[in-house]
Design a protein around this ligand. Structure first.
Ligand SMILES: Cc1cc2ncn([C@H]3O[C@H](COP(=O)(O)O)[C@@H](O)[C@H]3O)c2cc1C
Ligand SMILES: O=C(O)c1cccnc1
Length: 349
């Protein structure tokens, strides 16, 4: 595992950093239809009843279309864990202390966490991006989590996740208190009652739930109509790991790397891009549906169908990494199976 050095995102020198992000969004294109057609043509000849691999066939088409090649690969998949810390954690919105974020970064480095085991079980690379996690962002019930420059620079840092020739990216996160961040951002983007977007996260009790609802409501009241712009919502009531996830997803689109989104927190980050451009997540797939009820709600809004439902509520990219195993199997079937002719098996009568 590679652990990148601690980095405090440098302020960007460009006058209007969010304009740079919006400009990148205008450059996103569609999938390679010829690659999709090639996959379909081969799929039809493989030695199985037509369509019998169900969603695996769709997954192979999706991968080929966004990798822009007729024979898709999952040879260099990577889980990127983005880590941040949050001023709102001091409001008692998590079942665990904020110090756990730093301790878990050490655990990732030592190979002690769940994500380490899943990545090694399926031969997936793992990189941790520490987004100044020793410096919490301000409490967003009374201020902004980030300045525009910090938010844009953090998005740019997240873009580094696609470096090194990877062919599939899983976006995951670590940051005590960040399910409340995800709830606030979701409420800002989609409206509805705060309670609809709040869940137990690491396992808060009913009082913890009440504090989470109160935090979301206070943030919405403080920022008001400024949250109508999705990038403003991200910088005001988001967090660094969520901004970096947005950057990573956007860069992946421009560099032909399909993306597997992990749980509620990662999906809330992705929702910012969707709010900016409804086609911005077409190269993304939902790895799983987490046990956090708001995740189901969010996936529905984004029209993303999860590959797995395992009642997981961990984060760290864990559900996304498990989905990579399924995606690998889909590609193995597509590329390794024989055709009816090669296997000398009779076709449909
Ligand atoms: C030991 C430990 C390992 C984790 N790995 C991911 N998370 C997850 O829990 C946090 C979000 O939940 P909340 O909003 O309730 O704090 C994030 O750090 C997330 O990735 C963990 C949490 C803990 C305690
Ligand atoms: O679904 C998630 O992303 C999640 C749920 C609980 C705790 N941390 C993350």
């Amino acid at each position: 595992m590679t652990q990148t050095p601690k980095a405090v995102p440098a302020p960007s020198n460009s006058g209007l950093p969010f304009d740079d992000i919006r400009a990148l969004l205008t450059r996103i294109g569609g999938p390679d239809e010829a690659a999709v057609a090639a996959v379909r043509a081969r799929e039809a000849q493989l030695v199985k009843p037509a369509g019998a691999l169900g969603r695996l066939e769709e997954i192979t088409e999706w991968l080929a279309g966004w990798q822009r090649k007729p024979t898709p690969t999952v040879a260099r998949p990577l889980v990127a864990i983005f880590a941040g810390s949050h001023g709102i954690a001091a409001r008692g919105v998590s079942a665990y202390p904020a110090s756990v974020t730093r301790q878990m970064l050490d655990a990732f480095g030592a190979g002690h966490a769940a994500i380490n085991q899943i990545c090694s079980a399926f031969d997936i690379g793992l990189k941790v991006f520490d987004l100044a996690s020793d410096h919490p962002t301000p409490d967003f019930t009374s201020g902004d989590a980030m300045s525009e420059q910090e938010c844009a620079a953090t998005m740019a840092y997240g873009m580094e996740a696609i470096a090194g020739g990877i062919d599939l990216l899983v976006v995951g996160e670590m940051g005590i208190g960040n399910t409340t961040v995800a709830s606030t951002l979701s409420a800002a983007l989609f409206g509805g009652e705060a309670a609809d977007w709040v869940g137990r996260g690491t396992g808060v009790d009913d009082e913890g739930i009440a504090r989470k609802v109160e935090t979301v409501e206070a943030a919405l009241a403080h920022h008001g109509a400024a949250l109508d712009d999705p990038l403003e919502a991200l910088r005001r009531v988001g967090g660094r790991e969520l901004a970096a996830i947005c950057g990573a997803i956007l860069a992946a689109r421009l560099e032909r790397v399909p993306v597997v989104i992990d749980g509620f927190v990662a999906t809330a980050a992705a929702a910012v891009l969707h709010a900016l451009d409804a086609s911005a997540l077409a190269h993304c797939i939902a790895g799983h549906q987490s046990a956090e009820a708001a995740h189901k709600r969010l996936l529905k809004r984004l029209e993303l169908a999860p590959i797995l439902k395992l009642d997981m509520r961990l984060g760290e990219g864990s559900g996304g990494a498990l989905a990579v195993a399924t995606i690998k199997a889909a590609v193995a079937c597509h590329t390794g199976m024989a055709t009816f002719a090669e296997a000398a098996v009779s076709g449909k009568g």
